[in-house]
Design a protein around this ligand. Structure first.
Ligand SMILES: [Zn+2]
Length: 427
């Protein structure tokens, strides 16, 4: 992904650095050749050449680009589990995924980690993004997901003989788990996404307290992935599944819904980031009936919401790390509303706006393994910067409205927001 050349001065706003420290009022950010050169009070800012570009934050907020830590670029209008795999042919899914990445950038998300993708679409999306062919977040890829036979993601009955090849690699035992990871190694993914547990979406066979992989399978995944330099994550709701993942050496935990004292202690000792992706549960409860979700499924989402909110509070209060992301792409939780996750964590879970933004920026960069160059506004880092109308710390829901972005900058280049004045929109 190209970076800007020359100098841009962003001023007349409060700066949220992203490290968790309070805002710097009346501040200036100077960007040179795509990287941050100065962040601090305007009155102490160094003089720059007259030819520098300027951006007026109009008394609003200057902050790091947001990081979506659980992004499904290929999900689109999912209304049932079956839709995840076979709703559209892969050619159309690829086009939709490209639209989703553009939308995510317009929403202020300058980086994203894929939480699973149909076929290998996210790997090739990343190539197109890095080559500046399409706009979108800097991407970390995961390709197809791994689940055991009969688990949450193995829903097509055998008599249909269509398998699950689009979205998941189904495994039985350690040898097949290793073989699946090796396939993903060849596909070129960076993260291996697995399904250690079930979900409220499958109340009969694989509910949120059911295990969908054995520890031995999970351990085989981790050993093979780490050997090739890949990281491992997994959909972990049930308490025992969370512990299995931590013992197996998972690099992050998705959801981490039912964390007991022992699991919390393990999370803290290993400093393993957890990505709750929890607003989805509230959306499922509120809008599920419109989409025909059964009462049993909705009850399961309620239990997941309560357990997940409690676990997230305990992890953050104990000094653990949380990333912000969500299962956007469902009918009742569509792409383009990623920042609802942030408002939800402030209004429902009880985090402060600053805590929530730190999860969505600094911790997101740590999850990507790119904290040396992304996630905060600090000298030398890539200038992935949002310039936003209004005081985001006073009202975090401002971030839900992409019309409020004055500029969405990646590597010092303004890619979206009011300053780009698009001639057409894909609303
Ligand atoms: Zn997901």
């Amino acid at each position: 992904m190209k970076t800007a050349t020359g100098c841009t001065v962003i001023s007349n706003g409060s700066v949220i650095v992203g490290t968790g420290i309070g805002p710097i009022p009346d501040a200036t950010v100077i960007v040179r050749d795509g990287r941050i050169e100065y962040v601090g009070p305007t009155k102490e800012a160094p003089l720059v050449e007259r030819s520098a570009s300027t951006i007026d934050a109009r008394g609003g907020t200057i902050m790091p680009g947001l990081i979506e830590s659980h992004f499904h670029p290929t999900y689109f209008n999912i209304e049932a589990l079956e839709d995840l795999d076979i709703k559209y042919p892969v050619e159309y899914v690829t086009l939709l995924a490209s639209c989703n990445t553009k939308l995510a950038l317009e929403c202020g998300y300058t980086s994203a980690r894929s939480g699973g993708s149909l076929f290998n679409v996210d790997v090739w999306l990343k190539k197109a993004l890095e080559s500046d062919l399409i706009p979108g977040p800097r991407m970390a890829t995961s390709g197809r997901e791994i689940c055991s036979v009969g688990g949450l993601m193995d829903w097509n009955p055998d008599f249909r003989k269509i398998g699950m090849e689009g979205l998941v690699l189904l495994v039985n035992g350690q040898d097949e788990a290793r073989a699946a990871v090796r396939k993903l190694v060849k596909d070129g993914v960076e993260w291996v996404k697995t399904y250690p547990t079930g979900d409220a979406a499958s109340p009969d066979l694989n509910d949120h307290h059911t295990l969908c992989m054995t520890f031995d399978e999970m351990h085989a995944v981790v050993a093979t992935a780490h050997n090739h330099g890949l990281k491992v994550t997994g959909h972990c709701r049930a308490t025992e599944g969370i512990k299995n993942a931590l013992r197996a050496g998972y690099d992050t935990i998705e959801h981490g819904t039912f964390v007991d004292d022992e699991a919390l202690e393990m999370i803290l000792r290993r400093n393993t980031p957890v990505i709750p992706a929890l607003y989805f549960e509230l959306a499922s409860i509120e809008r599920g009936p419109e989409f025909g979700l059964s009462q049993r499924v909705i009850d399961g989402h309620k239990e997941t919401l309560d357990g997940g909110a409690d676990s997230a509070r305990r992890i953050l209060n104990a000094g653990g790390r949380l990333g912000m992301g969500g299962d956007y792409g469902f009918g009742w939780n569509p792409h383009g509303h990623y920042a609802r996750e942030l408002s939800f964590f402030v209004n429902y879970v009880g985090f402060t706006p600053l805590e929530t933004l730190t999860c969505a920026t600094k911790t997101g960069a740590e999850i990507l393994g790119r904290e040396h160059e992304l996630g905060t506004l600090e000298t030398g880092k890539l200038a992935d910067v949002l310039v936003v109308e209004g005081d985001v710390l006073a009202d975090i829901s401002i971030l839900e409205n992409r019309e409020r972005f004055i500029a969405v900058m990646q590597g010092g280049i303004v890619k979206a927001g009011q300053l780009t004045r698009p001639t057409w929109r894909n609303d």
